[in-house]
Ligand binder design. Structure first.
Ligand code: 0X9
Ligand code: ZN
Length: 328
C-alpha cells in the first residue's frame, strides 16, 4: 500500500512486516533484533516504536565475521532511504543458495540493517509533514518544529564546530547533550557491541589498513557519497583510503564523491561517530534529487544506481581499505 501518494515506499509498519516475513521465511539466515525504543515509546509505552535491526547471516557458519551496519530513515522525510536498504536486504536473502556473491557474503559476513532509525519522525513524514528530526517534545514543545536532529546528536565531536544548532526549534538542533536521544544512544550502544574499536591510540591515529567492516547512513538528497570527517576540514587519518573506496562506490552509483565537510560542516553525525570513535570505515549516501522522490524516479534511477554500489561495498566490507585500485 505504502505511504499516501507513494505506493513504492512501505510505511514503518509495512517495513517491519516485510522484515518479519523475511525472518519467517529464512530462519537460518535472518533475525529481527530489538535494540531500543524511540522517544515516544519511552515517553508513553502505548505510543512510539521499537528500534529494530534486521540481521542477516548464515547462522550455521561459525566464526568472527566481518560486520556491515547500515541505517536509514534517520531523517524522517528522506523517503527513499529505507526502501532502498529493505530491497538490498531482500535481494541478499533471496540470493542465498542461488547467487554466488549472496551465498558467500551471508556465509562469511554479518549484515545489520536498522531500516527505520527514526520511526516517530517517519510516521509524521508519512502523514505528509516535512519532518526531519525525532519527536522529542521536551524542546520546542508542542511545535511541529520540535525534536532533535539525530544526525547532530552523536557523541564524537558533538557540537564542536558550528555544524549544528543550539536552538531547540532549529532543524539541526543538536540536543541538550551528546547522545541525549534514545535513538542515538541505542545506535551507539548497538554499534559498540557489533564492532570492535579499531582505532590506534586516539583521534589522530589511523585505524589499521586491514580495518574490517563498514558503516553506512543513508540520506537524501544531492547524489553524493560522503566520508569523514564532516565536523570540519580536518583530514581523517585514513582519509586517502576512505576517499579511494568512496570514489569506487561513486563509480557504481554515478554520484559525486566528497569528504563530508566539502559543502558545509556537520558535527555530531553518525558517520563521524562510527569512524572517529571506533575506527570503522563509514559513509553517508545522499540519494536522489529531492526528499519526496517520485516512485518512477526511485524505481528507474535510485534503485538501479545504488543497488550495484551496495553490492560492491558488501564484497569489500571485510577489508574496505585494502580494495585494489584496479584489476591486479
Ligand atoms: O545535514 C545532514 O545531516 C546531511 N544532509 S541532509 O540533507 N540529509 O540532512 C549531510 C550530512 C553530511 N555530513 C556527514 N555525513 N558527516
Ligand atoms: Zn538526511
Amino acid at each position: 500500500v505504502g505511504i499516501p501518494g507513494f505506493p513504492c515506499y512501505p510505511t514503518v509498519e509495512e517495513t517491519f512486516s516485510i522484515a518479519q516475513e523475511l525472518v519467517t521465511n529464512h530462519p537460518d539466515l535472518a533475525e529481527w533484533v530489538d535494540i531500543g525504543d524511540s522517544w515516544e515509546k519511552l515517553d508513553n509505552p502505548e505510543e512510539g516504536y521499537d528500534l529494530m535491526v534486521l540481521k542477516l547471516t548464515n547462522r550455521n557458519t561459525a566464526g568472527d565475521k566481518p560486520v556491515w551496519f547500515s541505517m536509514s530513515s534517520v531523517h524522517a522525510r528522506e523517503y527513499t532511504t529505507a526502501p532502498l536498504m529493505t530491497q538490498f536486504a531482500r535481494d541478499l536473502a533471496a540470493g542465498y543458495g542461488v547467487d554466488a556473491d549472496a551465498t558467500w557474503l551471508l556465509d562469511t559476513q554479518e549484515f545489520h540493517f536498522l531500516l527505520i532509525a527514526n520511526p516517530d519522525g517517519r510516521k509524521r513524514a508519512e502523514a505528509g509533514q516535512s519532518w526531519r528530526k525525532n519527536a522529542d517534545n521536551d524542546f520546542c514543545s508542542g511545535s511541529s518544529l520540535r525534536g532533535i536532529d539525530l544526525n547532530r546528536n552523536f557523541p564524537f565531536m558533538w557540537g564542536c564546530c558550528g555544524g549544528s544548532s543550539g536552538s531547540a526549534c532549529n532543524e539541526t538542533f543538536r540536543g541538550p547533550s551528546a547522545g541525549s536521544e534514545p535513538e542515538a544512544s541505542a545506535i551507539v550502544n548497538y554499534v559498540r557491541t557489533i564492532f570492535e574499536d579499531q582505532r590506534g591510540d586516539g583521534v589522530d591515529d589511523p585505524a589499521p589498513d586491514d580495518a574490517s567492516g563498514i558503516f553506512f547512513d543513508m540520506h537524501s538528497f544531492s547524489e553524493l557519497v560522503l566520508w569523514p570527517y564532516g565536523f570540519d576540514t580536518t583530514e581523517a587519518p585514513n582519509g586517502a583510503a576512505l576517499a579511494t573506496l568512496g570514489r569506487k562506490m561513486a563509480f557504481f552509483n554515478g554520484y559525486s564523491p566528497e569528504k563530508a565537510s566539502q559543502s558545509f560542516n556537520t558535527d555530531g553525525t553518525t558517520d563521524d561517530f562510527a569512524y572517529g570513535d571506533l575506527g570503522i570505515p563509514a559513509y553517508t549516501f545522499e540519494l536522489g534529487t529531492s526528499f519526496f522522490q517520485s516512485c518512477g524516479f526511485y524505481e528507474n534511477d535510485i534503485l538501479p544506481k545504488n543497488l550495484p554500489a551496495l553490492w560492491y561495498a558488501a564484497r569489500v566490507a571485510r577489508t574496505p581499505y585494502l580494495t585494489p585500485a584496479g584489476p591486479d
